[in-house]
Design a protein around this ligand. Structure first.
Ligand SMILES: Nc1ncnc2c1ncn2[C@@H]1O[C@H](COP(=O)(O)OP(=O)(O)OP(=O)(O)O)[C@@H](O)[C@H]1O
Length: 261
């Protein structure tokens, strides 16, 4: 059974006369899969993320996550967005621990087992190359470091599903590539399903098992492309002609989707 199933979903903002963001949206995501979602600007990619996480409930159709229809925010999901929005008055470690104060299952255990959770947060920070930075405040970290910490925060409650909405958009090219490798390794080493929304087609092909292309608004899925490159992948793969052919083909599809709008 799919971990996520989006079935013929319509989502309109601002009442009956408002903007129809997605229409007839269908998508199925298998456990452990890494899916990238690409498409023209404003096609409803972030809307898709919010539908899966239960931040929006569709007017038509259904979103089913782990066998349950989504009717409220889903706790098995971790989310990371473009802007890390760390709380400036909390240390990096305390920012990473924040979801545990919210997710019910952990909230009850947190007080008694604080040491265990702190150790877990420190281990995560180490995985993303931030060993020893837990006591710093977010404003003492670079943008790339904040985004790394943000990933830890999205993972601390051990979500089955990690939703990443343009998480590397604001970073320089080198930092972005470094973080691609962090995500690649997280996916390889953990039992996690990942959905990544991105404008960066190289990022989508480097990281994903499958690239889903959306139409211009109202968004729906117009194509799904399995990524044929073997894993583990390293950054050199981007120099391969087949890699660039796939990126160019996706680019052409999105340009067409824009024109049809
Ligand atoms: N709260 C809202 N109220 C009204 N319209 C909205 C709202 N949120 C999104 N929209 C509109 O719905 C459409 C889809 O928005 P969404 O943010 O999902 O697109 P996107 O593909 O993520 O965009 P981008 O690629 O530019 O980040 C857009 O046209 C947007 O203007």
């Amino acid at each position: 059974m799919a971990l996520v199933s989006i079935e013929n979903v319509d989502m309109r903002y601002g009442g009956p006369e408002g903007t129809l963001a997605v229409s007839g949206l269908d998508l199925s995501i298998a456990r452990r899969d890494f899916t990238a979602v690409v498409g023209p600007s404003g096609c409803g990619k972030s809307t898709l993320m919010k539908l899966v996480t239960g931040l929006h409930i569709p007017q038509k159709g259904a979103v089913v996550v782990a066998g349950h229809e989504v009717t409220k925010p889903v706790s098995i999901v971790g989310m990371a967005f473009q802007n890390p929005t760390m709380l400036p008055w909390r240390t990096t470690l305390d920012n990473v621990l924040l979801p545990l104060e919210i997710v019910e299952k952990h909230r009850h255990r947190l007080r008694k087992h604080k040491d265990e959770y702190v150790a877990q947060a420190e281990a995560l920070l180490e995985t993303v190359g931030l060993k020893g930075f837990g006591s710093k405040y977010p404003w003492q970290l670079s943008g790339g470091m904040q985004q790394r910490a943000n990933l830890c925060r999205a993972l601390i409650h051990e979500p089955e599903l990690l939703m990443l909405d343009e998480p590397f958009g604001a970073l320089d090219a080198f930092t972005r590539e470094e973080l691609w490798c962090v995500i690649r390794d997280l996916h390889a080493s953990r039992d996690v399903t990942i959905v990544l929304v991105t404008h960066d087609l190289r990022e989508s092909v480097f990281l994903a098992d499958r690239v889903v292309v959306m139409s211009a608004r109202p968004g729906r899925v117009v194509a799904e492309h399995p990524v044929p490159f073997e894993r583990p992948r390293d950054l050199e793969i981007m120099y391969r002609p087949e890699f660039n052919e796939m990126v160019q083909a996706l680019h052409g599809e999105i340009a067409n989707a824009r024109e049809l709008a």
